[in-house]
Design a protein around this ligand. Sequence first.
Ligand code: SF4
Length: 425
Amino acid sequence: MAETTEPGSYFVANYPPFDRWNENAVEQVFSAFDAVATDAALGLYLHIPFCRKRCKFCYFRVYTDVKAADVERYSDAVIHEARLVAAQKAVQGRVLKYVYFGGGTPSFLSVKQLQRLVGGLHESFGWNEAEEVTFECEPGTLAEPKIMALKQLGVTRISLGVENFNDSILESNGRAHLSNEIFRAWDWIEKADFPSTNIDLIAGMVGETTESWQETVETALKLAPDSLTIYQMELPYNTVFVKSSKDNGEAAAVADWPTKRAWVDWAFDRFVKAGYSISSAYTLVRNSKNVEFRYRDMLWEGSDLVALGVASFGHLSGIHYQNKTHWDDYLAAIDAEQLPLVRGLVAEPRELLIRELVLGLKKGSVDTARLRTKFGIDPLIEWSEIWSELCEKGFLKPIENSNSPTLTRQGLLQVDSLLHQFFDK
Ligand code: SF4
């Protein structure tokens, strides 16, 4: 792994990697929807692709110059898509275990637009029995009535995209909000008393120093969320930062990897001292509360996930799939009463095992006995050389008689750079 932060990404979001997904698999995704599903848990992910402004490090499919009519057109399409999906044999009658509103910025929608969208979705999918309904928010899009509406709509976990509390850093990285909007929103969120609150931070945004990072961590601590998510800044291709560095020849000033790891390490120590536990390479949870991440845990352990919206990623009966990635294509498919699929991948059982192994390791420890029972392969034997090497390098604690290989803090802090060695060539 290079020490400097070069353009590109180490982050492992899924396996097999997206560059292997292809349009030839779409027919098999259609067939999977038309067949009786497995007994896996079922979740729903809904992509809201609107943002007030494009952050300079963002590589997601988002639209920033939208009018109310665009939001309504999109919401109608998503409601329509929900109807098409819910009628599929593989989905009919199944109970949603979790729901996730991501983006983009789900809180970009007004109260009325949200009520209309959720009302429409409920005609196809009820989520009264869901164990978790997560909703991502951008601070500057919030107002007290909107937060109260989210609570009434059944959101159980509200996640605030803070990223940093320093206004000059927020501005340099193209964030749409400033710190006063964070504090204002947080007061309303606390007042609404959601079952679970989360704050997102990014270590190593352009302009970050050790001092500014420590201030951000201390401020987050004062807000006392139930959980925190901390990502280390990357520079994926296709971001404003990478494009402008190509144009002007100057690389974006992102701290190197050892520095970012040291910052996250410091934050982990600080939060642990304040009564939080490390729940994965990117998350901390308050000990005094029984905080769970049903979305993460179920998805990483092989649940089905219905994806709604443009460019959304789903998973059904062992098949990965993605929706059409362009606005017009997505809407045209829905207008034609078709599932808007663009590509997929039929994963082999061994690939599903690798997927659960590498995603599990992101939590710091993986239950190999569960994987052995599920897939009939013992990961400790199958990848014995890799485990030994990780131990020798100090990234893994000695395994001894354990069925749960556990990363050291150093291993956890760079887990995404360690996972690729488990991939099949
Ligand atoms: S708010 Fe999130 S999705 Fe929107 S532009 Fe910024 S990083 Fe991308």
